[in-house]
Design a protein around this ligand. Structure first.
Ligand code: PRP
Ligand code: ADE
Length: 175
């Protein structure tokens, strides 16, 4: 049975987390399974075979786990985009709205060189606010975004359309 499982089958839903009314799509169960985790990384990489990618940028927090594995597989560097106040060096910041709140994300101002080809990675696309803020940070540093890759898209929240309207190529493994 487990041989035929898809990535989606490894993701569990926690009702009312972190707030009432949110159906939280929990990828820790996918990450914890050796077959599931490898399948997810392989499927996220597949569309970019033969493409030039200079760096992988991961969005805090689960984008770090995926982005680290993908960067290792591509033999390229990994750059984190973190919530405000976590990065030790000089940063640039971008505010954004979440499905359940507001936040600010940051990147080190020397993490990307102008013209570098960037793959953006996170676990989930909801409103697209987090990814859009990350994209703005990367573009402010002169990075050229090849694509944005996610495990899950929640289509009713419009994130994919928002990123596509910004001119982004978007790849997701499941909805
Ligand atoms: C989740 C998820 C994405 C973001 C998607 O992270 O991992 O980063 O929300 O939502 P959006 O498309 O509406 O912006 P969260 O903000 O819960 O932060 P965490 O990963 O640090 O827990
Ligand atoms: N981030 C925003 N909305 C989410 C959801 N429904 N599940 C997991 N992460 C999220």
């Amino acid at each position: 049975m487990s041989r035929n499982k898809s990535v989606k089958d490894y993701i569990r839903t926690i009702v009312d987390f972190p707030h009432e009314g949110i159906m939280f799509r929990d990828v820790t169960t996918l990450f914890a399974d050796p077959r599931g985790f490898r399948m997810a990384i392989d499927q996220m990489l597949h569309p970019y075979a033969g493409e030039r990618i200079d760096k992988v940028v991961g969005l805090e927090a689960r984008g770090f786990i995926l982005g680290g594995a993908i960067a290792h597989q591509l033999s390229v560097g990994f750059v984190p985009i973190r919530k405000k106040g976590k990065l030790p060096g000089t940063t640039i910041s971008q505010d954004y709205k979440l499905e359940y709140g507001e936040a600010i994300v940051e990147i080190h101002d020397d993490a990307i060189q102008p013209g570098e080809k960037i793959l953006v990675v996170d676990d989930l696309l909801a409103t697209g606010g987090t990814a859009a803020a990350g994209i703005k940070l990367i573009e402010r540093l002169g990075g050229e975004i090849v694509s944005c890759s996610f495990i899950i898209d929640l289509p009713e929240l419009g994130g994919r359309k928002a990123l596509e309207d910004m001119g982004m190529d978007v790849h997701v493994l499941c909805e």
